[in-house]
Design a protein. Structure first.
Length: 469
């Protein structure tokens, strides 16, 4: 056993990642990290029962066939099972509106878990290295993250393990060179279109050359410190949650949705950092993935003395400030935002889902909600939910903007439409547009696009209201 492999074994044993009698699905892309992972695990465990899985993301057809062949060759040498699976990332991105990176990650892990379940494996091994950890920390810092995110990738999450997380890419390449193991180069790793690649190719070299030659080890040390502090706060928040669970109810509301209720008096007596953790957990349990703004707005809702005030979150989750409690529940689809607490947003900002949004610069409020009803409201715009993809963009009109007004004969410039409606030039900024997939959904307060109209085949209506707060 080489010193390199001993280092990996130490990581595995220290973090209890896998046992010698466990079976594994090994994710192998053909790149250096995953090829290294495959051979290191085979060397460490003579009787390893493993299935190697190559995922074709439908993004690089000219390279994926060669990569799959290279991975299969390595598997034959090691006498372990090989599977090649194709997932359609571009189709997923188009259908969901999510980024290519997010869709690739989701489909990849779903496929790996499906294989693990099918073959009855105990774990899924992936080849993330210490360099990936550094890049991930910078990525999360740039995008914005709390302590949990800044504590980096864990050695183990569920059934997914990362045995190379303390190994540098330089060590990986040296190991492959020593043993003559062939690997592939992913051309997409050189594209600065992706933020992660820009961090690796542009930001990190500048930090090393101009600020700190040891920036990678400095970041890794910081991640370890943050990880320990995160583990402590997480344990404390779990303890507080369990103690408050005796004061809250987990029950089914009349519509059959999961609900959680906290006593407001108990929430106000605990530190804000722990309270935010409780809110986050309540959102997850009722079916919403919260962001910083969501949690911050819930905390402000707690401070409001007005009973019955509501906050509408994405995925139909509603938070209601009651007399002595804070209720998290699922919003039934025929309920619109009533006396909702609204997010403050700016022109040019994306909107993730249903809710109430205040735009201070225009003194306007935008309400969006799903509904099956057909109310008679002159201020209401109704569109077919299936014709748009969230997030949608709220933006000012731009020269050349075109859309097809409902019932109109064809496409028309937005500027001409506003003129036809006799909207004075100095008031036209009060009618921005909503956009989905680079196409205008509606001119707010005036008209929807013909392609979004309600038809006989419409299964879900999205209601949009543009009013003064």
């Amino acid at each position: 056993m080489s010193t390199f492999e001993q280092k990996i074994l130490s990581t595995i044993e220290t973090n209890q990642l896998m046992g010698s009698d466990q079976s594994a699905v090994i994710a192998v892309s053909g790149g250096p990290d995953s090829i290294c992972l495959l051979h290191a695990l085979c060397n460490l465990y003579d009787k390893l029962t493993a299935t190697c899985v190559y995922i074709d993301h439908h993004l690089r057809p000219d390279e994926s066939a060669l990569e799959a062949k290279v991975v299969e060759t390595h598997c034959l040498k090691r006498s372990i099972g090989f599977m090649s699976i194709t997932v359609d990332v571009p189709a997923e991105a188009e259908a969901t509106g999510d980024s290519i990176e997010a869709c690739a990650r989701r489909l990849r892990y779903n496929a790996l878990e499906q294989v693990r379940s099918d073959v009855g494996a105990d774990i899924i091994a992936v080849g993330h290295t210490a360099d990936d950890q550094v890049e991930e920390l910078l990525l999360r810092l740039i995008r914005g993250s709390g302590l949990k995110g800044l504590s980096g990738m864990g050695f183990k999450r569920g059934r997914v393990i990362r045995p190379l997380l303390e190994i540098s890419r330089q060590e990986v390449l040296a190991y492959l060179d020593t043993h003559g193991h062939e690997f592939c180069h992913d051309s997409s790793n050189e594209s600065v279109r992706f933020l992660r690649n820009r961090i690796r190719l542009e930001l990190l070299p500048v930090l090393e050359q101009r600020f700190n030659p040891a920036i990678r080890s400095t970041i890794l040390n910081t991640v370890n410190i943050l990880k320990q502090e995160e583990e402590f706060i997480s344990a404390e928040s779990d303890r507080f949650y369990r103690s408050l669970v005796r004061e809250c109810t987990n029950e089914k509301d009349p519509a059959g949705h999961h609900s959680i209720s906290f006593a407001t008096e108990s929430l106000t007596t605990i530190p804000a950092a722990l309270r935010r953790r409780l809110f986050e957990r309540a959102c997850w349990e009722t079916g919403c993935r919260p962001d910083f703004q969501h949690i911050d707005t819930i905390d402000k809702l707690l401070a409001k003395p007005v009973s019955g005030t509501e906050l509408h979150l994405p995925d139909g989750v509603r938070v209601v400030r009651q007399h002595d409690s804070l209720l998290f529940t699922k919003l039934t689809e025929d309920q619109g935002p009533r006396e909702s607490v609204a997010y403050t947003i700016e022109i040019g900002q994306e909107i993730e889902g249903s809710g109430s949004y205040v735009i201070p610069v225009l003194n306007r409020q935008l309400d969006i909600w799903l509904s099956d009803s057909d109310p008679r409201d002159a201020q209401l715009m109704r569109i077919d939910r299936d014709t748009i993809t969230f997030p949608i963009l709220l933006r000012s009109t731009a020269p050349g903007d075109r859309f097809t007004p409902l019932g109109g004969p064809g496409s028309k410039k937005v500027a001409r439409f506003l003129g036809d409606r006799k909207i004075p030039h100095h008031l036209r900024h009060l009618h921005p547009v909503l956009e989905s997939d680079a196409a205008i959904i509606c001119v707010l307060g005036l008209e929807i696009d013909e392609r979004c109209r309600i038809t006989e085949t419409t299964t879900q209506q999205l209601h949009i209201r543009w009013v003064k707060p």
